[in-house]
Design a protein around this ligand. Structure first.
Ligand SMILES: Cc1cc2nc3c(=O)[nH]c(=O)nc-3n(C[C@H](O)[C@H](O)[C@H](O)COP(=O)(O)O)c2cc1C
Length: 349
């Protein structure tokens, strides 16, 4: 049954059709931030929610799927981390998620199990080469992640150039695989731009991080909301201090806290001070002290005006994207302008 139109208008794409959702918006599987409450709220708002397992364990996964209740949600993994605890994938598949997203690592080890379970496989990629690998393993959706985004990434490309290149690469393969954009999309203008660049939708992290349902301290959100994208930077400081062994080439985009400003680019000094810094970080994280503890947000934080309920964010993204598309093409956006968006119509209230 086609999803009902909403007050926000409709943006129908291959993604909305494939997943049977009203809006082309996928919640990024933000590790231990996107729990069951946020995932189910995004789904209830008309997008598709995902639980971000990240560094979580089996108990965390089970708790968050329980919190999602009967909502249709997907879940996502950090691929290199999953390799250390592969049983987590089986645990997730038992919940029959709407999709499984694999990011940051080679998906080939896990793709067959996802396919065998009959679950759509989403691969997040940071380069054109990774997009080819995603197609090779039979990804059902490819997410092109630019370096503007919050959290981890290879950060070698921007969304503006990577996205159309991946769209063309997928089209040239002859495969009917929707492409989503990720990285720096925090409002309707970003969604509209992604559709114009040929995307079938967007995967959004930072804007949903600043939602009431996110598993994140209010103190962190209060610090980040109102910050500029200028106040973020990609760094390895927090991974090193927390002892997370990310593969070479990955950085995480964070808000520039006093702690990061102190240690970013001082690798030798940081290595020497590591035991004390670990202890300082542990205490700060437990006390929600965000002069020290990390705040993972992307450049898109610069257009985030307030912490809002996730459903309101979904509705605002779509409403403002439809308005932006109409403003850019006063005769009305059409499928010929947007490869991904097969139709966009405004519902007059
Ligand atoms: C707080 C936070 C945690 C993240 N954790 C993960 C993760 O565990 N796995 C993953 O695939 N992506 C993760 N990401 C990256 C997102 O999947 C996505 O690429 C990014 O959020 C998109 O850019 P945006 O933040 O500008 O929306 C995270 C992003 C943020 C902001």
């Amino acid at each position: 049954m086609p999803p009902p139109p909403t007050q926000a208008g409709t943006l129908s794409t291959r993604f909305t059709t494939r997943f049977g959702v009203p809006h082309p918006i996928l919640l990024a599987p933000m590790g231990t931030v996107a729990g069951g409450a946020l995932a189910s709220a995004v789904t209830a708002g008309g997008g598709l929610g995902q639980i971000g397992v990240g560094y979580g364990d089996r108990a965390w996964l089970e708790r968050e799927f329980a919190r999602a209740g009967h909502a249709r949600v997907g879940c996502g993994f950090i691929t290199w981390k999953l390799a250390a605890e592969p049983g987590l994938l089986d645990a997730a598949l038992e919940h029959r998620p709407a999709a499984v997203t694999l990011s940051f690592g080679k998906p080939s080890e896990f793709a067959p199990r996802v396919h065998d379970a009959g679950i759509p496989l989403i691969c997040q990629v940071g380069t054109a080469e990774e997009a080819r690998q995603a197609l090779d393993v039979g990804a059902d959706v490819v997410v092109a992640q630019g370096g503007e985004g919050g959290g981890h990434g290879v950060r070698r490309r921007s969304t503006l150039t990577l996205l159309p290149e991946v769209v063309d690469l997928v089209a040239a393969s002859g495969r009917d695989v929707p492409v989503l954009a990720a990285g720096g999309i925090s409002d309707g203008r970003g969604l509209a731009a992604a559709l114009v660049l040929g995307a079938d939708g967007v995967m959004v992290g930072t804007r949903f991080w600043a939602c009431r349902e996110a598993l994140i301290a209010g103190e962190a959100q209060a610090r980040a909301v109102g910050a500029s994208g200028d106040d973020t930077l990609p760094t390895t400081v927090y991974d090193r201090v927390r002892g997370y062994t990310w593969p070479p080439g990955y950085t995480s985009r964070v808000l520039a806290t006093p702690f990061v400003r102190r240690w970013h680019g001082r690798d030798g000094e940081l290595a020497a001070a590591l035991p004390e810094l670990r202890e300082q970080y542990r205490r700060a994280a437990a006390a929600n002290d965000y002069d020290v503890a990390q705040i993972l947000v992307g450049e898109g934080i610069g257009v985030v005006d307030a912490v809002r309920p996730a459903a309101e964010v979904v509705e605002g993204l779509v409403r403002d994207a439809v308005a932006a598309l109409h403003a850019a093409a006063p005769q009305g956006p059409t499928g010929s302008r947007c490869r991904g968006a097969v139709s966009a119509s405004e519902v007059v209230p």
